[in-house]
Design a protein around this ligand. Structure first.
Ligand code: SF4
Length: 484
């Protein structure tokens, strides 16, 4: 990246500036643009935690900033660690590209002792880290807080002994997965068992409350501070990883959340915000203190009218709900438990509060779904559109049968069934903007979330097995992860 551009980006950042002059050097990468990376609370939080250690310097790099770091412009291969924060499966190819661009061998087993230690962490690792296993020396499974300090302490203790000794020294830590120590044994093209130790997911709850220490107009959420108010979810909808993988549900104390509000534009982050115990009170307390608020999706049955009104007064224009399905039958299948009556009640509250836009998320490809369920979905969407005074937007995603959910072994919907459902939806929904996930994306997401370490190397691998035929597999690629 050119020096002028680097300075320009840094010049626009407000907030935390690392001052550590430590000797442990970490280059932390985000496999997407600077704008997307800086809107990731997880990425910014890990960068902050690393830099809070007096013995550590952590500098950032992004997909669009090349193979030098943003802070000093130093080449990332000169750092002790090259770390990646990876949230989504769809970023995997960019991760691989960024590793290739370092000029070092992409496979961990081809890199030698003198080369940096490659670490990965983030949402992907708690679900199924196997597809990226060959690229990394260490993968953090679960919450990063707690593991980071233990890992760097061991690095400090083994400094000078070499990479192998360091990896040996951390292998017993909770949440640490070392792909060269725990690996699958194949027989007849399938995983027969795992060699090495089970990996126990790390569960922690950091203090202070995680927030984005830097705001910038160049972030996707321009000049907005993001604050995590809860982790996991109270509910266990059968298709959703949040309720399973991020268990147990944890929420932050309201006063602690208020303590980290440093800007006038804030976004509250949580899987189901209206279920935060003191949601109504925290919104009242924030009134007058912030000029703009953003909230991630809320459950239609939980949000109260006066809270919605307060949110509108604080600049909220769009509110998002995720009914996922419309028929009673499918609500039961996915255990979502929201009724049409509750959704229409939500629409009334949205009208009374003066919100401008309602965004709704739906799923197709749910078990037991047939075309009558799709008709009901279209019917509900049109009913909401008629009843709501503002604009309605709809996103239709394909249900990805993800690891650790109740549907982890199910097949992805077939292309033929997908096409029938999409045509029907397009025929029945009129005058509303509807974004539908392309089938190719659903296929790739399923493959990347359920594949194993052969995925990016074995050209003869039958990829359809991971997408459509996992029901008969004895050992699943994520079978070595133990949940607390
Ligand atoms: S779909 Fe929403 S309510 Fe259900 S478990 Fe996931 S985050 Fe929670």
């Amino acid at each position: 990246m050119r020096e002028k551009k680097r300075r320009e980006i840094l010049g626009k950042e407000k907030g935390f500036k690392p001052t550590s002059s430590g000797y442990i050097r970490i280059a932390l990468g985000y496999p997407n643009t600077y704008s997307v990376g800086m809107s990731s609370l997880g990425f910014q939080w890990v960068w902050y935690l690393f830099n809070k250690r007096p013995d550590t310097i952590c500098e950032r790099f992004f997909y669009d900033t090349g193979n030098t770091t943003l802070e000093s412009g130093r080449k990332i291969i000169l750092f002790d660690f090259i770390a990646f924060s990876i949230s989504y499966e769809m970023d995997y190819q960019r991760v691989i590209k960024m590793i290739e661009q370092t000029g070092l061998p992409v496979r961990a087993d081809e890199r030698d002792e003198r080369m940096p230690v490659f670490i990965a962490g983030g949402g992907f690792a708690s679900i199924n880290p196997e597809p990226l296993a060959p690229f990394f020396d260490v993968i953090v499974v679960g919450d990063g807080e707690g593991v980071i300090d233990a890992l760097l302490d061991r690095y400090h203790e083994t400094k000078g002994l070499g990479k192998k000794e360091f990896l040996e020294s951390i292998k017993d830590l909770r949440g640490i997965y070392i792909p060269s120590i725990t690996f699958p044994v194949y027989r007849g093209g399938e995983i027969e068992s795992f060699e090495g130790r089970e990996v126990e997911q790390n569960v922690s709850f950091s203090h202070p409350v995680p927030f984005t220490p830097v705001v910038t107009p160049l972030s996707h959420f321009s000049d907005m501070e993001l604050i995590e108010v809860e982790r996991g979810c109270r509910f266990r909808c059968k298709f959703c990883t949040v309720g399973y993988v991020n268990a147990p549900f944890r929420e932050y104390d309201m006063e602690e959340v208020l303590d980290v509000v440093n800007h006038h534009r804030i976004g509250l982050i949580g899987a189901s915000l209206a279920d935060y115990t003191k949601f109504d009170r925290i919104i009242e307390r924030l009134k007058g203190r912030v000029t703009h608020i953003g909230v991630s999706s809320v459950r239609a049955d939980r949000i109260k009218k006066h809270t919605m009104k307060s949110l509108v007064e604080m600049g909220l224009k769009t509110i998002t709900i995720a009914p996922e399905v419309a028929s009673k039958k499918l609500m039961g299948v996915i255990s979502k438990g929201i009724t049409e009556e509750q959704i229409m009640g939500f629409v009334n509250k949205a009208n009374d509060s003066g919100i401008r836009r309602v965004k709704m998320y739906f799923l197709i490809g749910v078990p037991e779904e047939d075309l009558s369920d799709i008709e009901m979905m279209a019917g509900l969407i049109m009913k909401v559109n008629r009843a709501f005074n503002g604009e309605v937007r709809v996103s239709v995603n394909v249900m990805i049968p993800k690891p650790f959910t109740a549907f982890e072994r199910l097949s992805l919907i077939t292309k033929v069934d997908y096409n029938h459902r999409v045509s029907l939806l397009k025929k029945l929904i009129k005058g509303i903007r509807v974004d539908i996930m392309p089938y190719r994306e659903a296929y790739t997401q399923t493959l990347f979330s359920r594949g194993d370490r052969r995925l990016f190397f074995d050209k003869n691998l039958d990829k359809d097995v991971f997408v459509y035929h996992m029901d008969s597999m004895n050992v699943l690629p994520w079978g070595f992860i133990k949940r607390g």
